[in-house]
Design a protein around this ligand. Structure first.
Ligand code: COA
Length: 386
């Protein structure tokens, strides 16, 4: 008689909430304190004081770089911004095929091709150095892929990456074809740094599950993008902005919010699975939005204040505050990013965090393989004759 696997298994809460499944030296989120960090450094402080490339190195190599390491890293990541010809040639077809679903779906497909064209081998079969080189190449290619797919979707020619520009400025440059405004490039860089990593969220977990099988780095990233694309995870920055549009004018804020909340809808950009305080990313992005100023920012600040008050009244005790998405949408809009690029931009930053997690997981030889409780008809059932 076969033994049921669950005889030796342990039950965990639904959704694995609160279950520690591995150890990480990469970072952590402290939900009740409204704080998160990368390798012990406050992520918000890193965003304020460092570049995206510095944080990328911190995540990959464990330390913040000095001047010579910075220069070496810039050189190392400039070359893989340029796509292999086979991938570049495939992008128009990918953009056409993903016209209805957008650049994130296109990225999922194109990144898979990058891995294949660059000869990524299973993590299991290669040394840590090679794994890291593959991760650098994949992360460097993401902005080129995204901006090319977006532009092709608009009927525009892709813009070749520039090796002399830092990551964030080059991203805006490839998107628009124009020299980016330094304040806007820096604002986007703040956002990118603040979204590199955020605990053991669903896409990070997905990336690590795939890495634990020893699959290649592109396979892990493609899986993570798939997890991120789900509406419960993928973020709502464009939806938060749609909410501001739907409310329209300050006199409609309260009535609009009440109607929606009483109808059981969720207000996009509010609430968080971990934070019970204001999301620290929201606070930082609000400051950036304010530094730009303007009607949209004033309106967003008003909506935030009223939504927090109305949510506190109609959903008492739930501690619903703005999450990263609310002001991220505003900042990206102010920097000229099209809405369809909001979640893909999040994915570009998170690719670095996913990769750091993949590299960490690849160093552990244990495959992640939980169990499920069987709830179907009792075994063993006799198989009826055909
Ligand atoms: C992010 C989110 C999924 C977190 O979910 P969660 O922590 O599991 O929250 P819960 O589902 O436990 O919600 C607790 C209560 O607050 C309510 N609530 C949570 N977020 C809400 C929101 N944005 N608007 C209105 N009510 C909300 C829930 O309806 C629930 O009410 P109930 O106790 O009457 O059932 C949720 O807050 C949400 O859907 N927010 C809007 C979408 C969004 O901004 N996503 C981006 C996330 S970074």
């Amino acid at each position: 008689m076969p033994t049921a696997a669950h005889n030796t298994a342990i039950d965990v809460p639904r959704g694995l909430k609160g279950v520690i499944v591995t150890e990480t030296a990469l970072g952590d989120v402290r939900g009740t304190e409204g704080f998160y960090h990368y390798r012990g450094f406050s992520a918000v402080e890193l965003a304020e004081k460092r570049t995206f490339e510095d944080v990328w190195q911190l995540m990959f190599f464990g330390t913040l770089p000095d001047a010579s390491q910075r220069a070496a890293f810039a050189a190392q990541t400039a070359a893989p911004r340029h796509l292999p010809p086979a991938v570049r040639d495939a992008l128009p077809a990918i953009a056409r095929a993903t016209a209805l679903s957008g650049p994130l779906t296109g990225l999922r497909t194109a990144l898979s091709l990058v891995g294949a064209a660059a000869g990524f081998r299973p993590l299991y079969d290669i040394e840590p150095e090679r794994r890291r080189a593959d991760a650098l190449a994949a992360c460097a290619a993401v902005p080129t892929l995204l901006t090319a797919l977006h532009r092709l979707g608009q009927g525009l020619e892709p813009v070749e990456p520039r090796d002399d520009l830092p990551y964030a400025a080059n991203y805006l440059y490839m998107l628009t074809g124009r020299d980016p405004d330094p304040a806007k490039a820096r604002a986007i860089e703040h956002y990118l740094i603040s979204t590199v990593d955020h605990g053991f969220n669903a896409s990070t977990f997905t990336a690590r599950v795939i890495a634990s099988t020893g699959a290649d780095l592109a396979a892990c990233l493609v899986g993570a993008i798939g997890a991120l694309s789900g509406p419960l995870h993928g973020g709502a920055p464009s939806r938060a902005l749609d909410t501001l549009d739907a409310i329209g004018t300050p006199d409609r804020i309260d009535a609009w919010l009440r109607e929606r909340i009483l109808a059981g809808d969720r207000i996009m950009g509010f609430g968080h699975p971990v934070y019970r305080t204001e999301d620290p990313r929201s606070r930082m992005l609000k400051g950036i939005a304010r530094s730009f100023g303007g009607d949209l920012v004033d309106f967003a600040v008003q909506v935030e204040a009223r939504a927090e008050a109305v949510l506190a009244e109609l959903k008492p005790g739930r501690e619903l505050h703005t999450n990263v998405e609310f002001f991220a949408g505003v900042v990206m809009e102010l920097c000229g990013l099209p809405r369809e690029m909001f979640t893909p931009t999040f994915a570009a930053a998170r690719a670095v965090g996913w990769s750091a997690n993949i590299l960490e997981q690849a160093a552990d030889s244990k495959i992640i393989r939980p169990s499920a409780r069987y709830t179907g008809p009792p075994p063993v059932r006799p198989v009826p004759a055909a």
